[in-house]
Write a new protein. Sequence first.
Length: 450
Amino acid sequence: MNLRKLFVLLAIVSLTLVGCAQTEPEPEVEEIVLKLAIQDAGYGTAHWEHIIKTFEAEYPNVKVEMTASPDIKTLISTLAQAGNDDEMFDLIQAYSPYAAEGLLEPLDDLLDMPLPDNPDILLKDAFLEGVDKMIVPEADGNVYKLPKSMWIGGLFYNTEVFEKYGWNTNPQNWEEFLALMADIKADGLSPMTYAGIYNYLYFTVGWHKAFELADEAGDTGFREEFVNYADNRFNNEYMLEVYNKIYQLGELGYFDQGVAVLDHTQSQMQVIQEEAALVSSADWIDNEMKSAYPADGFTWGYMSIPFVEEKGGEIYVTAGASDSLSIWGGKSDTQKEWAKKFLLWTFTDDAQKVTAEAATALPATATFYDNEENVANLVSAQKAIFAYIAKNNVVIESNYAIPPANLDGELMQMANTEFETNIPLISLAQKTASEVLDAANDYYQQAVGR
């Protein structure tokens, strides 16, 4: 065989081999469909749509189908009662009572996973200080939901009005706060208002203020007693002191006389319309009320009520998790693995940024706040919160506790109802703190079997 024929033969063999290699089938990638159930409420769904889009771009084999409804919890409950895990959503914005019933997937392993876009940071180390308190285990010791974002509560005010009257925007202790209340009343406005029909005073005054007083007293064990449902949860010395002070404010006429029948929109409008100086709410107030702002703009300020006597003491503000997801435990291991990947994706910098921009929710990760541009783009109520935190010795508190296994839910609800529905009467000095707290505590002691 001459060289020319040999080269031709080798070329034919080579092309044949290449052709065989090219026709070999690619390894199959399993197609995954994740079903996501979202509460369509104040935060909207635009941020979820963005997160889904970027997740699907990163993992082309996965499709996330979102169902959003204002009444999503009813739909989830209906599917749960049917007992068909295949029909149930993979990821849900619903937690109770499914965690206690053993129907959710534990998420503890996610805390030890690196962030997809910051592999040097484990999720458990990524949270902003204070958010870690919102990661609460159930009675079985497992975590079933993680805070994608958070809210912070307190007193919000119109900065223009405070500037006009020259009022103190940062009272440092109880004495200075009383002086502020007196100044506002003397100038003809209701010093404080809140939605009494929803107990919106909770966003400023609640269990966290009892912790504030306990800390000032050096009672380091009180917080742990609260977590573990110790005796006298409602009428201990610190709760009595907190609500005796609220009664005192009521006696002095520092709450708007209509709080018992106001909803959140009405009470917040009082501040916008310069009828009241301060309203108890949370940082979503900015997005919630933006359609009511005057044409020339509106800027919120923020403060807490300092119950401490000493200036510079720790001032507690309450906060809570929002937009949290849980994973349905009855799904296949493969579905749950991909659901966890999606949940982890919600903590990427991009996902946290769009949560702030589109939902105006406060992101849960510390890296978001390390970026000055991100903080500059927060809405005015949120910027005011962080300005207040920067100037004061603030503790962010989620008021978490671990319900005992023997807790009677119905009796506990009766205790909470007795407490919450009577808050307006304490704040208007129509019922004493001890009357309300003692009655609530009676139900509580029965609820814990003591």
